[in-house]
Design a protein around this ligand. Structure first.
Ligand code: ADP
Ligand code: MG
Ligand code: ZN
Length: 611
C-alpha cells in the first residue's frame, strides 16, 4: 500500500513541476493591462496605438507611450469589422500597424489543448502506476505453478570434484553419471540403460549438495536445482504443477541434470502422515513418480536427489527406473577429515607449526560442514586476537567451540562449585585412564562450555566401526566416573551428573535391546522405533514384547550399569590419591592437555585394569 502513496506523491509532484514550468514560460514580462474592446477602439480613435497583433481572438496592443495591453475581439468577426462596430473608421485603422499571426502553430494548439489534456495525462500515468503494481501481484499469484528452477553450473561459481575431499566411492559413481551424459551413445550401443535417478544419502553436512554442484561443474550440461520444500506451497496442487514444470524445463534442455535437494521433504512414505492420506506432499511425490516413469529410454535427463533421511523415503521412489542408484556419503574418516580441512585452509594463513592431521585426529564423527566450520572459527579467533596467522591452539579452540559451544569463562561459579566440577571431571578422567579398553584422555577441563560445566575429551586411538561389549561397558564406567567421584568426595550428588547418567543408561539399553549383547535375553532386538511423520522425529517406540520380557530388559540394563558402576567405584575408591592430584591440578590450571594429564597420572604408575 505504501507504494500507492508513493505513486500519488510522485504524480502530484510532477503536476506541480509542470504547472510551475508553464507559468514561467508564458509569464515572463509584467502582466499587461487588460482592455475591453471598446477601450481599444477609443485608444485607436485617439491615435494612441502603434500596433495590434491578432492571434486568434487575442489582441496584443502596443501603445505610443511604450506600454502594452491585451484584449479580446469577438469570435466570429474579423478585427476591422469588430472595431468598425465601435466606431473606428478605416482611416483611423490605417495609422495602426495590424499584424495577423498564423493560428495553426504548435504553440497555438498546445495552448488550446494543454489545459484539458494535461490533467488527463497525469491521471493516466497515475493509473498506469497503480495498475502495474496490482498486475505484479496478480502475476505472482498466477505463477505458482512455475517451478522456480535455478540453473547453475554453467556460469556461476565453479565447483569441481577437486573441491570435494574424500567420498571416493560417491565421486566414482557420479563420474560415471557424468560420462553417461557426455557420451550416451557409448552406453546405448551396449544396450545399457541410462540411469534415471541417483539418490545421494548421508547425514547432514556430509557434502551432498556440494557433490551435486561438483557434478554440475564437471558435466558441462545444464544443471537445474530445486529444493523439494519449494515444491510445496500454500496452495493445493502447486507442488504437482511445479514438478511438471521442472521436469519439462529439464527435458527441453536435455542433456541435462535435474537436482532435487532435500527430497525427504516430499518423498516421505505415503499414507504415513497424520494430515490425512491425501495431502499435498503425496500429490507432489506422485507427480515425480509419473514424470520419472515418463522418460523415454534415451531421454538424456538424469535426476539427482539428496536426502539425509533415506529411511523414511517412499519405497516407490527407490524402484528400478526411478532412483535406482543410491550413493551413500559416509562421515569422513581421519584421512578424509584432514583432506577436507586442507581444502578449507586454502585461503587462510596458517602458522608454520600447524598440523592439520592432529586436528583431524581430534574430530571423529565430525561432518565436512563441521570441519569447514572449524576452519572458519579458527580464523575468527585469530583475527579477534589480532594475529596474522592461525595457530594450532586456535584450531583446537575452534574444535571445542563447534563441539560444545563457546567457552563461558565469565560464568560466575562459586569456589565450591569449581571444586565439585574439578572432582567430577577428574572422576571421568581417572576411570578412563585406569581401564584398559578406554580411549585415551586428550583433554580435561573445568571451563564451562555451552551447557556443560566441564568436560573430559577422550578419543579413540584408531577409528573403529565396530564396538565390543567390553568397550561399551567401559564407556558406561567412564560416564559414571564423575557421579561416583562427587559421591565419594562430598557424600552428595549434584545435577551436574544428569546427562552422564542419561548417556550411561542409553548405552546399557542399546546393549540389551539393539545389539543382543545380553546373555539372558540373547541375540534378539526388542522394540521397533516408529516415527510420527508430521513431527519428523522418533517419538514412539512400539513395544513388540511382553511385560515379562520388559521386566527382564530392565533387569539386564540394571545389571550392566551395576557392573560398570562397581568397576568405576573400585577405581575411584582405591585410587583416591590420583583423583585428588588430578582435581588439584585442574583447579590450578583449569585445563589439562594430554601431556599435562599424563604427567599428573604418570607419577602413580597405574596398572591398566579390565572391567
Ligand atoms: P549436505 O550433505 O547437508 O548437503 P553440504 O553439501 O551442504 O552438506 O555441505 C556443507 C559444507 O560442508 C560444504 O559447503 C563444504 O564447505 C563442506 N563440506 C562437506 N563435505 C565436504 C567434503 N567432502 N569436502 C570439502 N568440503 C566439504
Ligand atoms: Mg544439503
Ligand atoms: Zn560428567
Amino acid at each position: 500500500m505504501t507504494t500507492l502513496y508513493k505513486n500519488i506523491f510522485w504524480a502530484t509532484l510532477t503536476l506541480l513541476v509542470i504547472a510551475v514550468t508553464f507559468s514561467m514560460l508564458f509569464n515572463t514580462s509584467p502582466a499587461p493591462a487588460n482592455l475591453s474592446i471598446s477601450e481599444v477602439a477609443a485608444k485607436i480613435a485617439a491615435g494612441q496605438v502603434t500596433s495590434v497583433t491578432v492571434n486568434g481572438n487575442d489582441l496584443s496592443i502596443d501603445l505610443k507611450d511604450g506600454t502594452t495591453a491585451v484584449s479580446k475581439k469577438e469570435t466570429e468577426l474579423g478585427l476591422s469589422q469588430t472595431l468598425a462596430n465601435y466606431g473606428v473608421t478605416p482611416e483611423m485603422l490605417a495609422a495602426v500597424n495590424v499584424d495577423v499571426q498564423d493560428q495553426s502553430g504548435f504553440a497555438y494548439w498546445m495552448e488550446l489543448l494543454l489545459p484539458t489534456v494535461l490533467p488527463l495525462i497525469v491521471i493516466g500515468i497515475m493509473f498506469w502506476f497503480i495498475f502495474r503494481q496490482a498486475k505484479g501481484g496478480a502475476n505472482q499469484a498466477f505463477n505458482f505453478g512455475k517451478s522456480n528452477l535455478k540453473m547453475f553450473g554453467l556460469f556461476k561459481e565453479h565447483v569441481t570434484f577437486k573441491d570435494v575431499a574424500g567420498l571416493k566411492e560417491a565421486k566414482q559413481e557420479l563420474e560415471e553419471v557424468v560420462d553417461f551424459l557426455k557420451n550416451p551413445k557409448k552406453f546405448l550401443d551396449m544396450g545399457a540403460r541410462i540411469p534415471r535417478g541417483v539418490l545421494l544419502m548421508g547425514s547432514p553436512g556430509t557434502g551432498k549438495t556440494l557433490l551435486a554442484r561438483a557434478v554440475a561443474g564437471e558435466s558441462g550440461v545444464p544443471f537445474f536445482h530445486i529444493s523439494a520444500s519449494e515444491f510445496v506451497e500454500m496452495f493445493v496442487g502447486v507442488g504437482a504443477a511445479r514438478t511438471r514444470d521442472a521436469f519439462a524445463t529439464a527435458k527441453k534442455a536435455a542433456p541435462s541434470i535435474l537436482f532435487i535437494d532435500e527430497i525427504d521433504a516430499i518423498g516421505r512414505e505415503r499414507g504415513a502422515g497424520l494430515g490425512g492420506g491425501h495431502d499435498e506432499r503425496e500429490q507432489t511425490l506422485n507427480q515425480i513418480l509419473v514424470e520419472m516413469d515418463g522418460f523415454d529410454r534415451d531421454t538424456n535427463v538424469i535426476v539427482l536427489a539428496a536426502t539425509n533421511r533415506p529411511d523414511i523415503l517412499d519405497k516407490a521412489l527407490l524402484r528400478p527406473g526411478r532412483f535406482d542408484r543410491q550413493v551413500v556419503l559416509d562421515l569422513p574418516d581421519s584421512k578424509d577429515r584432514e583432506a577436507i580441512l586442507r581444502i578449507h585452509a586454502k585461503s587462510k594463513p596458517l602458522a608454520k607449526e600447524v598440523d592439520l592431521q592432529k586436528v583431524a585426529v581430534r574430530t571423529p564423527g565430525f561432518s565436512g560442514a563441521d570441519l569447514a566450520n572449524i576452519m572458519n572459527e579458527s580464523a575468527i579467533l585469530a583475527a579477534r586476537n589480532n594475529r596474522k596467522t592461525i595457530t594450532q591452539d586456535d584450531l583446537y579452540d575452534a574444535i571445542e567451540k563447534v563441539m560444545l559451544g563457546p567457552e563461558r569463562k565469565g560464568r560466575v561459579i562459586t569456589e565450591k562449585e569449581r571444586e565439585i566440577t574439578a572432582y567430577h571431571e577428574a572422576g571421568h578422567a581417572l576411570v578412563a585412564a585406569s581401564l584398559k579398553d578406554a580411549d585415551p584422555v586428550h583433554k580435561v577441563s573445568i571451563v564451562s562450555r555451552g551447557r556443560a560445566g566441564g568436560y573430559t575429551l577422550k578419543l579413540p586411538v584408531q577409528e573403529m566401526h565396530l564396538r565390543s561389549r567390553t568397550q561399551f561397558l567401559t564407556d558406561i564406567a567412564v560416564a559414571l566416573g564423575g557421579y561416583i567421584a562427587e559421591k565419594t568426595m562430598f557424600g552428595e550428588m549434584t545435577t551436574g551428573a544428569s546427562s552422564d547418567l542419561q548417556h550411561a543408561t542409553k548405552i546399557a539399553h542399546a546393549l540389551v535391546t539393539q545389539y543382543g549383547m545380553s546373555e539372558k535375553l540373547g541375540p534378539q532386538t526388542f522394540g521397533e522405533s516408529h516415527e510420527l511423520i508430521f513431527l519428523g522425529k522418533e517419538i514412539s517406540s512400539e513395544k513388540d514384547y511382553s511385560e515379562t520380557v520388559a521386566a527382564k530388559i530392565d533387569e539386564e540394563v540394571k545389571s550392566f550399569i551395576d557392573r560398570a558402576y562397581a568397576a568405576a567405584n573400585k577405581i575411584i575408591t582405591t585410587r583416591k590419591k590420583v583423583l585428588e592430584a588430578i582435581a588439584k591440578s585442574l583447579m590450578e590450571k583449569e585445563t589439562l592437555e594430554q601431556d599435562e594429564f599424563n604427567a599428573v597420572v604418570g607419577k602413580f604408575n597405574l596398572k591398566p585394569l579390565g572391567i
